[in-house]
Design a protein around this ligand. Sequence first.
Ligand SMILES: Nc1nc2c(ncn2[C@@H]2O[C@H](COP(=O)(O)OP(=O)(O)O)[C@@H](O)[C@H]2O)c(=O)[nH]1
Ligand SMILES: [Mg+2]
Length: 453
Amino acid sequence: MDNTADTIAAIATGTGGAVTVIRISGPDALHVSNSFWHGRKKLSTENRRTMLLGKCKSRDGLFSEQAIAVYFPSPNSYTGEDTVEIQCHGGTLVSRKVLELCLGSGARQANPGEFTFRAFMNGKIDLTQAEGVAEIISAESSMALNLAERQAGGIIGRTVREIRSALVFVLSECESRLDFGEENLDWTSTDDLNDRLNESSAKIGSLLKYKTEGAVLREGIRIVIAGKPNVGKSSMLNLLLGYDRAIVTPLPGTTRDTVEEHAVIRNIPVRLIDTAGIRDADDLIENKGIERSLSSIKQAQLVLWILDPCSELPAEIETMKKHLRNRDSSIAVWNKTDLVKDPSSLPDTGIDTVKVSVEKNTGIEELLDVIEKKAWGHPHTEEPELAVSSRHASLLEEAAEAIPGAVSNIIGQNWELAAVHLRSAISSLGKITGEDASPDILDDIFSRFCIGK
Ligand SMILES: Nc1nc2c(ncn2[C@@H]2O[C@H](COP(=O)(O)OP(=O)(O)O)[C@@H](O)[C@H]2O)c(=O)[nH]1
Ligand SMILES: [Mg+2]
């Protein structure tokens, strides 16, 4: 994808819409477009950024379709290059034919993410913004969307560049002391240098506070619904999904395999996993299902352990404790509280507990509150300012780890070693914004985009 000298074209919209947008970007965008698009006015600098009505025509005259075209001259376009966007009737065949006209007139089919890659190469956006664009497309909740939009707007890139330029300043001071050590130039004091480094560490720390937000919103969490047979696990899955996915019967042992579905709970993308009820069973298939339940519990980030208040209570709690590995990431849920006279008299379970009735739809909001709190690791009433992705977080951590070494070597006037630590931190930060990103990193990031983006 490193060739940015040619002109690329792609269908930029999904199939099935009423209108299709075809994007052409590169030095020959105007020439390519004018060779098949014909209107009363030609696409030109005089008519830039104006919608013009015309037709896309094949040379043999067999294909002719009405289309609107807009010319965005470089550098004021998404890619920073000369760009033309053509809007034609939706439909796979029409858009395919218009794309073929582009390719027949000298453009090349764009690779996934290539328009955004060019925007990055041309300095229109940094790498964090490009990643933000991808996240806007894949956002699953309005919170994830708002945060992705903020990232695409450059909020993370700006902060990282500020930190990086503070480190670059300190590095240049260390290097000039190395080069001109004897000449007693007008140095910045070592205290001042270290103040700048400590301030940078603090800024990195405040970005890293948003690591959980990033992981939860981007990767979501796995919630396993477990418990003995017939306690209402499948009923709970159906309730949380909002539709009947799993079979619910009064017969114990109905769910024999794990059932996995995707949902969004309070803005958090989740995979909900309903499991076979855990008991000593003679049935081979049921036993296989129980094995799967136990391994699902091990892989879960959160377990909802459903308890039946009409059963043998101490044994019910005992089974739960036997199978739960991490009590902090588990919630005990007394279900069927509609069947008990006094739910407040139910015994203590030793872990966070909610009382609900799936049948009567009571206590569910409280359950969602606890799920939300456990997912974020803390109460989360407002939308966070940022959501730092795991790629950014690990590079920020690398940078943060290098700074104390720089500080101690500056105190010891060990300029050479201080410079080594600083260069390492600067390079980690540069990988976030893209100044220092290797072709591998770029390929990996842009290949996740769709064609036409
Ligand atoms: N009274 C009452 N019955 C419930 C409630 N939740 C589920 N049930 C019933 O309990 C039985 C077992 O439910 P199911 O979801 O299949 O349990 P699972 O075996 O744990 O998956 C079904 O007959 C449900 O209708 C509840 O809150 N109250
Ligand atoms: Mg079930």
